[in-house]
Design a protein around this ligand. Structure first.
Ligand code: AMP
Length: 391
């Protein structure tokens, strides 16, 4: 299923290996917040070190807009990494040029060098070949383990492979195996749950999953656009009028697979302390808005999830940032965790919900990439993966 070479297929002993990792972690006053992505890269880093490689790590962090900005420095991340591994971790204050070249020259097998943020150069996102060549020339071999950025053809994810052939790291391999496995060869019934604010962001995903899945359950603001397309009064609910035609087409093509909420929680204002009612979808009064799915819907969705062989979930069922409208999202999180299905969760909000629930260890796979996981569900081949060597 995963037809790219991985670090298992190459001899790295005594080699300097450039690894594109996803160290785009939240920083709070210069301290690493959630370290999931750093820990996610450890299997690859540790394997390479054990095999006798010198490991050069590069990544972007945030959006420094093409110039050096200490707010987005990877130095705190390098320091954090040092606490997680016994091997020596060095830091280079530039990802190319003298600081990087000198650091690489001095680097010995079993040691790590973290390069400064690749997005300090706008050449990174432009996939500039001269910049990519400089990065590639730092090392003997290239490894991509940055799933979260694999949907972007940037210099450090795609451009480098024009100068040094690349293979996949363990995290990239694992993400692709789970996500493409779920979509291309699912244990059935395959139930997908999609939520979030807008359908326009997820039209490609909805269409692809309607082809591949047995049921696609819709929640969140996204459902409202489908309801309006069916002629149901949405009052002050969030609706994407420009997507109504698309919603109609999707409904006409796939109404047997597409499942919409039967009841909703409405509010008289967009605030946590708003007055609320649980009502059938058809009864939203003027001046009110839908902010969550209702209890009957949670129950119906939970039943479908309980009977599934594979479940994929992306996007919240309501405005879950407001505690009074988070029941739908947490209800679905619990249903996914309770099911015996192969369960895969992607997207920042759903991942946050499952982690807050304390149920993350009951899920088969939690993706480290929001945008990248959505593109996988859409059936798109990620450029950072396509660029790697075939098996
Ligand atoms: P997305 O970025 O498209 O995945 O959407 C996530 C956002 O959708 C979250 O911030 C939710 O608060 C918001 N959202 C979910 N349901 C609703 C709703 N019924 N009305 C307005 N916003 C919603």
């Amino acid at each position: 299923m995963f037809n790219k070479k991985t670090i298992r297929d190459i001899d790295v002993k005594g080699k300097k290996v450039l690894v594109r990792v996803d160290f785009n972690v939240p920083l709070n006053d210069g301290a690493v917040g959630d370290d999931t992505r750093i820990r996610g890269a450890l299997p690859t880093i540790n394997y390479l070190l054990e095999q006798g490689a010198a490991v050069i790590l590069c990544s972007h962090l945030g959006r420094p807009k093409g110039k050096a900005d200490p707010k987005y420095s990877l130095k705190p991340v390098a320091e954090y990494l040092q606490k997680l591994v016994p091997n020596k971790v060095y830091f280079a204050s530039d990802c190319i040029n003298e600081p990087a070249e000198k650091g690489v020259e001095a680097l010995k097998p079993g040691e790590i060098l973290v390069l400064e943020n690749t997005r300090y150069y706008d050449a990174e996102e432009k996939n500039d070949m001269a910049f990519a060549e400089k990065l590639a020339n730092l090392a003997d071999l290239y490894v991509n383990d940055a799933f979260g950025t694999a949907h972007r053809a940037h210099a450090s994810t795609e451009g480098v492979t024009h100068y040094k052939s690349g293979v996949a790291g363990f995290l990239l391999e694992k993400e692709i195996q789970y996500l493409s496995g779920a979509v291309e060869d699912p244990k059935r019934p395959f139930v997908a749950i999609l939520g979030g604010a807008k359908i326009s962001d997820k039209i490609g995903v909805i269409k692809n999953l309607l082809n591949k899945a047995d049921k696609v359950l819709i929640g969140g603001g996204m459902a409202n656009t489908f309801f309006k397309a069916q002629g149901v009064e949405m009052a002050d609910s969030l609706v994407q009028d420009e997507a109504l035609e698309t919603a109609k087409e999707i409904l006409a093509a796939a109404s047997d697979k597409l499942v919409l909420p039967v009841d909703v929680v409405i509010a008289d204002k967009f605030e946590n302390d708003a007055a609320t009612k649980e009502i059938p979808v058809e009864d939203v009064p003027a001046g009110w808005r839908i902010l969550d799915i209702g209890p009957k819907t949670i129950e119906a969705y939970s039943k479908l999830v309980a009977g599934a062989g594979t479940v994929v979930w992306n996007g919240p069922m309501g405005v879950f940032e407001l505690p009074n409208f988070a029941k739908g999202t947490f209800g679905v999180a619990k249903a996914v965790a309770d099911s015996n299905a192969i369960s895969i969760i992607g997207g920042g909000d759903s991942v946050a919900a499952i982690q807050e629930s304390g149920l993350a260890d009951k899920v088969t796979h939690i993706s480290t990439g929001g945008g990248a996981s959505l593109e996988m569900l859409e059936g798109i081949v990620l450029p950072g993966v396509a660029a790697l060597e075939d098996k």
